[in-house]
Write a protein that binds this ligand. Structure first.
Ligand SMILES: *Cc1c(COP(=O)(O)O)cnc(C)c1O
Length: 471
């Protein structure tokens, strides 16, 4: 294939994309293939000779498409959304055509300057104060790792990178059990170690860290000769949407001089809606905040927004300047590769620019408000249905429930069977989690094109399949 063939295939792609989206509701949300079924259809060895693109595309339709789970399906209610709004997809395709590597300002000035402005647009949209500056990381996991490395260096007097961790004071980091596993991995990769991630018990309906227990844990660690370094708080934990009390957490952090990172990977997008901001009240007191526009907002994976109060601390931790990366004569410009662990970076800001302009903040807010309202309505319908119980109340558009009709002997097994039967049916897709050890079914609404009718369909499917399940 040559670039001169591109108009033909570009047109094919445009038609295919529109048809794919128009037909999504007729497809099962979750792939129905068995492990190994796709691999068995792929040749063991690569071809020596070029093959016509028509054949490649025909095989793509035949082999690949049946093995896809449709994350853009309007009735995808599993995990969290991973929205790809068409305007953002278009921007990404433009970027893919030019394929710039935007590690330094001079390797594409527009990418850097667009990133600075888009992070500031987003900062305003979620009402973070001007004290924060943003950088686009590939994922929330990377942003959290960057924050963990920063808090490590800060607590070690900037000696960790240079001298390594052996012989250093033993650092401690505090978080509840509701935080995402990316925090565990950041603790491992940063060399701080799992044993030094201190789990703080949670309390209240939002399953927030008990900040008295947090303070007590820090004081006990100080007395034992450890060096407390930072606190990881969450707004919208992955399992059930747990939200730490950021104000009370920052009271403790400030008292002990600790760095605070807030993981709002999913819920952060909802902070474009003023009435939801109470969930992270006092976030302006944190040192570092991450949210994923690639989840609920619509800029498809990957685009994670990492806001920090001190870019100096971040770049002091991560910047490295061998001779070949020095940009002589261009002082005063930002080189975002100094703000992240990977060197290379895609031009991600363009899709945020297209997204915000194409839908406006108003359009994006309306979607999120609708998802929250429709999810709450479904929660009330299930609560009112005999045999169903709501286990955790909605946090934004996420709640959990169980089906436990009278006489159910093994409620966990029954609910696992229910969620599996629902997903085999294919009209909707749900996932499960555990709350206080019990298996519960999660529901979240958030797909970009979901309608009220799609959420109502979830009620029909859940109750219909629950009624047919033998215990
Ligand atoms: C999804 C999620 C993450 C991980 O996000 P990635 O961008 O995939 O790394 C981290 N924290 C929370 C709360 C999440 O929901």
């Amino acid at each position: 294939m040559r670039w001169s063939d591109f108009p033909k295939w570009g047109t094919w792609l445009g038609d295919w994309a529109a048809r794919y989206h128009a037909g999504l509701r007729d497809r099962p949300v979750r792939a129905r293939t068995k492990p190994g079924e796709i691999a068995a259809q792929l040749p063991q060895s690569p071809p020596e000779e070029p093959q016509p693109l028509d054949d490649v595309i025909a095989d793509f339709e035949r082999i690949v498409m049946p093995g896809m789970t449709h994350w853009q399906h309007p009735r995808f209610f599993a995990y969290f959304p991973s929205n790809a709004a068409p305007a953002a997809v278009l921007a990404d395709q433009i970027v893919t055509v030019m394929a710039p590597q935007c590690m330094l300002w001079q390797t594409s000035p527009a990418a850097t300057e667009m990133e600075t402005r888009m992070m500031d647009w987003l900062r305003q949209a979620i009402a973070l104060p001007e004290a924060f500056q943003g950088v686009i990381q590939d994922s929330a996991s990377s942003a959290t790792l960057a924050a963990m490395l920063t808090l490590r260096e800060r607590a070690l007097g900037w000696q960790g990178n240079e001298a390594g961790l052996s012989g250093q004071p033993r650092l401690r980091v505090y978080a509840s059990a509701e935080v995402h596993t990316s925090i565990d991995r950041a603790i491992w990769v940063s060399g701080i170690g799992q044993e030094n991630l201190v789990r703080i018990p949670t309390t209240g309906p939002l399953r927030a860290m008990d900040t008295e227990a947090l303070d007590a844990a820090i004081r006990a660690d100080l007395a034992a000769g450890y060096r407390p370094a930072g606190i990881i708080a969450c707004t919208g934990g992955t399992g059930t949407g747990a939200c730490d009390d950021i104000a009370a957490t920052c009271d403790v952090a400030e008292k002990h001089g600790l760095f605070t990172h807030v993981d709002a990977a999913w819920a952060g997008a909802a902070m474009i809606v003023p009435e939801f901001r109470s969930l992270w009240a006092a976030v302006e007191r944190a040192d570092s905040v991450v949210l994923n526009p690639h989840k609920w907002l619509g800029t498809q994976f990957d685009l994670s927004a990492h806001f920090v109060k001190s870019p100096e601390d971040l770049t002091r931790t991560l910047a490295i300047q061998p001779e070949y990366l020095k940009t002589h004569g261009a002082d005063g410009v930002i080189n975002y590769s100094e703000w992240s662990v990977p060197l290379g970076r895609r031009f991600r800001a363009l899709k945020l620019w297209f997204l915000i302009r194409a839908y406006g903040l108003t359009g994006l807010r309306t979607r999120i408000r609708n998802h929250v309202a429709w999810s709450a309505a479904l929660c009330e319908r299930l609560r009112a249905t005999p045999g169903f119980e709501i286990v955790t109340e909605p946090v934004l558009s996420l709640f959990t429930f169980r089906h436990a009709p009278e006489g159910t002997r093994d409620t966990d097994a029954h609910n696992l069977a229910l969620v599996n039967a629902i997903n085999d049916d294919g009209r909707i897709y749900l996932t499960q989690t555990r709350v206080n050890g019990a298996l519960v079914i999660r529901f979240q609404a958030g797909q970009f094109d979901a309608t009220e009718a799609d959420v109502a369909t979830a009620f029909d499917v859940i109750t219909e399949i629950a009624a047919t399940l033998k215990e």
